[in-house]
Ligand binder design. Structure first.
Ligand SMILES: [Zn+2]
Length: 399
């Protein structure tokens, strides 16, 4: 078996699920098992690696003098939604377009996952049906390792100095929290954490959240006429006062949304939590105004109730930063051109660790990995596309 695929398979067999309930750093100690393994692997390539106190792996490979150092990042943890313990990856050679029996009573066919059709004739790595695969983002780790391996074994190829950092806890939103961007030392960087090779992203949402606390007037229902104000009823009215078509289930592409993610209520008090998202920061501001309007509307319609509304910003669209640094896109497009891939520029309907890096001063778009259906048992890797991604990253980093 080829060494790069073997490296990927070794990585997915190490359980690295993070834990959003944990206060420790990294959130789970088992992520360090993979960190150590990667540091060891780097050492075998002759590259010094450091695991810092936060579990972040840093490494660098010198390149041609005068060229900008370019950074590469992938995350080591796997998602909360599905177990990553005892992953038993299976290889499907030369996929024929039929139904894939994963095991454990689960199968996967192009009827349910139409994206499978584009992998006919390729080798795939799939799960055994009872865990996720962890290609998100161990495919990214293996791609970066393969790129380093390539440049180490071909010292005659002039390339940019390469700065690597592998981070824990991306899936719980803490990926860039402890990264020392100075130590990382890249002029700009790429996260390798997407899906198909042509997918290139440097736009994220602008994100905010709203907490709504409604205080009603609780009176015995037998004696309630003209006095009772039911906080839960006001909560329903508040939600209806927001634009109906601006819920996630009605939006796609660059359309923003308000998403009610939680509600608890009694007669006396109701609490609601919303996340607010838009790629355009002016539109995000106008969505925030809709919350103010909803507050005014229900206070008017339900005299006696009190509505507390607290809106806070979470993260910003990294495009703001990328637009200031045309050299980042130039470097990426040069790479796509060299390997003959036409990049598809899609806005991410979420955030990325790269957005965090970008606002810390290191512009950082996201590249694909060749893996699909992340965060569950139907996750798979297209081995051919995985190799294409290795070629693409090499092309970006070569002089
Ligand atoms: Zn990921």
């Amino acid at each position: 078996m080829d060494k790069t695929l073997q490296r990927f398979l070794d990585c997915v067999r190490i359980d690295t699920q993070s834990d959003d309930q944990s206060e420790s750093i990294p959130s789970t100690a088992k992520q360090l098992n993979l960190a150590k393994r990667l540091a060891e692997d780097l050492k075998n390539l002759g590259i010094a690696a450091e695991i810092d106190q936060f579990g972040i792996v840093y490494a660098s490979l010198p390149g041609k003098e005068g060229l900008d150092p370019i950074g590469l990042n992938s995350h080591m943890d796997t998602a909360l939604e599905c177990s990553g313990k005892d992953v038993k990856p299976q290889i499907i050679e030369n996929y024929d377009g039929g139904t894939i029996e994963l095991g454990n009573g689960y199968s996967m066919s192009p009827k349910d996952f139409s994206n499978l059709n584009k992998h006919i004739g390729h080798d795939l790595v799939v799960t055994s049906g009872d865990t996720l695969l962890g290609a998100d983002d161990k495919a990214g780790l293996a791609i970066i390792m393969a790129v380093l391996d390539h440049f180490v074994s071909h010292p005659e190829i002039p390339h940019h100095p390469i700065r690597v950092c592998f981070t824990p806890d991306e899936e719980i939103g803490r990926g860039p929290d402890h990264v020392d961007i100075k130590k990382f030392g890249a002029k700009f960087a790429f996260t390798v954490d997407g899906s198909s090779p042509e997918e290139f992203s440097y736009e994220t949402f602008n994100a905010a959240h709203a907490d709504v606390i409604i205080k009603g007037v609780s009176i015995h229902p037998g004696d309630a006429k003209g006095k009772l104000v039911n906080a839960s009823t006001v909560a329903f009215a508040f939600d209806r006062a927001l634009p109906e078509k601006q819920r996630p289930e009605f939006t796609c592409g660059r359309e923003g949304f308000n998403h009610l993610v939680g509600i608890v209520g009694s007669v006396d008090e109701a609490k609601m939590h919303y996340i607010i998202r838009n790629h355009d920061k002016n539109l995000l501001e106008s969505q925030k105004k809709d919350f103010e309007k909803a507050k005014a509307a229900v206070e008017k319609a339900f005299p006696g109730c009190k509505v507390e509304l607290k809106i806070e910003n979470d993260y910003r669209n990294m495009r703001e930063v990328i637009d200031q640094h045309p050299e980042v896109l130039e470097a990426a497009f040069k790479g796509y051109k060299r390997v003959g891939i036409e990049p598809k520029i899609d806005p991410i309907r979420g955030g990325t660790d790269g957005a965090g890096f970008s606002f810390m001063g290191c512009p950082c778009p996201n590249l694909g990995t060749g893996s699909y259906n992340h965060h569950g048992r139907f996750e798979y890797l297209d081995v051919n596309e995985f190799h294409q991604m290795i070629d693409l990253v090499i092309a970006i980093l070569s002089e």
